[in-house]
Design a protein around this ligand. Sequence first.
Ligand code: PEP
Ligand code: MN
Length: 254
Amino acid sequence: MAATVNFRPHELFLISGPCAVESENQLRQILMNPNRPTLIRGGIHKMRTSSKSFQGLGDEGIEIVKRMKKEIPFDFVTEVTDVRQIEALAPITSVFQVGARNMYNYELLKELSRFERPVILKRAFSATISEWLGAAEYLFQLGEKNIILCERGVRSFDTKLRNLLDLGSVIYLKKNTPFKVLVDPSHSMGLTPYVADAAYAAVAAGADGLIVEVHPEPACALSDGQQALNLNQFDEMVHKLKKLAPIFEKELRM
Ligand code: PEP
Ligand code: MN
């Protein structure tokens, strides 16, 4: 079984990795970066808007992660899109992610609450904060420490950006709930040039952590390449986050 992860106070934790695990070589390049965090994200099962888009490698992706873990140790964060995937994903997964499209999947949440593993619960596209907190209640068995709410932007009237990054929700949740709050600047902004600045703003809003998409060759990514940071852009962001975190009484945890 994969070890669980303890999120400590006064830490700004970072999760980074590709939208989807695509190949051993892709994952290795991300893992070889000396500036990468311990927590690495990567989709195995993707919930794409179009059924014709890349759906993730599934079982092959699980095998890639298993092999890479033997080569280079890391903690893996991945989305579980269906209760039937939990058992196969559990041995490689330190933190489960429930995607925006599944925030209302209460059966999935109930099933995950039986596992002693932290869960990142992403906000649905148009969920109110109350609905989001209602969904989090289905995970209560995990304990407050293991429930991580992730703001990933909501639908708005605007079309310039992929979503509207609601930093107000981060400020509200930090003042009124006991949960860890994560911000996903990648899916919020949807375009690479805006991701790092949104990450800095999230730190100022009080986020406990960031989950950021990174790809060694964004132009060749099978999903979400338009919002991925390349390894140099990621390093630059990390460098600035290290300086920014102490202003908000936090230390960047890699
Ligand atoms: C993801 O993190 O890969 C993802 C699909 O995000 P969301 O569920 O927020 O759209
Ligand atoms: Mn993505």
